[in-house]
Design a protein around this ligand. Structure first.
Ligand SMILES: [Mn+2]
Length: 316
């Protein structure tokens, strides 16, 4: 066994895929490559992840404090903006991820990225392909939970065939009878606006974007029904307008994603024309419904980017 500790860590604002992939991949590196790998997190564990860790009796990974020369394996992210401050002090030796590549490095690293629904799918695939590695029911449980979470129980457009195939195999090992039911149970732990003010709702999962010289922002929150979102729509729209103005954004939107129904109500403030053009829907009282839209990166961004381009290209 190598003496030097290697930390396996996911992104800031850790989610279930980030945490479970870090735990499982650290275990795999330890046993298969004899690396002294330790799972870690950057930030607080959310209620959904806590539920999963408790359910499979797994320990919460330690909080990582980056230090000079520390060796790190990145899972579930590769962009600097998702890392904590000071990451440049550390030495990134490997990346395992399912996001677009936004990584720059001065030395060659082991890098495996694939367009699948979760990093956990890639971790599990490595384990399954390694005949000498035994997947415990605990590891299988953590990994299948991460797949169910990131793919929104296979409903997200990011879901690949491989995610479903591997989740089924893991589900058997973890003795989970009904994967969909279990997935909904996991998602329900966090899918709510309860106890959050409008700002927290919008910023709980918020991303900034640029299209030409225009800036915009899209937040996302998952719910199990639209009741609360409807009741609090005025308050949320007001906050969206405030953010758009403060950040000098063309518009700011919030995707309220109903994980049971499998669609999103889009609340938007600012220049709503671009939204209407992108999705061919009328914005009525600050919102519209998009059937089957669950994923910001797959369902929302591409039509928006296209609409911005069309606007830019149009002769005056
Ligand atoms: Mn992920």
């Amino acid at each position: 066994m190598q003496k030097e500790t290697v930390y396996v860590v996911g992104h800031k604002s850790p989610d279930t895929d980030t945490v479970c992939s870090a735990i499982a991949y650290a275990d795999y590196l330890k046993k298969s490559r004899r690396i002294k790998a330790v799972p870690a997190v950057f930030g607080e564990i959310n209620p959904e992840t806590k539920f999963v860790l408790d359910y499979f009796k797994a320990k919460t990974p330690e909080q990582l404090r980056v230090s000079e020369g520390q060796k790190i394996v990145l899972v579930d992210h590769n962009e600097k903006s998702q890392n904590p401050d000071g990451i440049e002090k550390a030495k990134i030796i490997e990346i395992l991820d399912h996001h677009k590549i936004g990584f720059n490095c001065s030395e060659p690293v082991i890098c495996h990225t694939e367009p699948v629904g979760s990093t956990a799918t890639l971790v599990a695939e490595k384990m399954i392909n390694d005949k000498k590695f035994k997947i415990t029911s605990q590891l299988a449980g953590l990994l299948v939970s991460a797949i169910l979470s990131d793919t929104v129980v296979f409903k997200s457009a990011t879901t690949a065939k491989k995610d479903i195939e591997i989740a089924k195999k893991l589900g058997i090992k973890a003795k989970i009878k009904n994967l969909k039911k279990f997935g909904i149970e996991i998602k329900k732990q966090k899918a709510s606006m309860e106890g959050m003010n409008a700002e927290k709702i919008i910023y709980s999962d918020f991303k900034n974007f640029e299209a030409g010289d225009k800036k915009f922002g899209v937040g996302q929150i998952e719910v199990v029904d639209f009741k609360e979102a409807k009741e609090r729509k005025g308050e949320i729209l007001e906050k969206l307008a405030e953010i758009a103005q403060k950040e000098n954004m063309s518009f700011v939107a919030l995707m309220v994603t109903d994980i049971i129904k499998g669609g999103s109500e889009i609340l938007v403030s600012g220049n709503t024309d671009i939204m209407e053009k992108a999705f061919g829907k009328k914005v009525i009282d600050g919102s519209f419904y998009l059937e089957k839209a669950m994923s910001r990166k797959k369902d929302i961004l591409p039509p928006l980017m296209e609409a911005f381009e069309l606007t830019e290209a149009r002769p005056l």
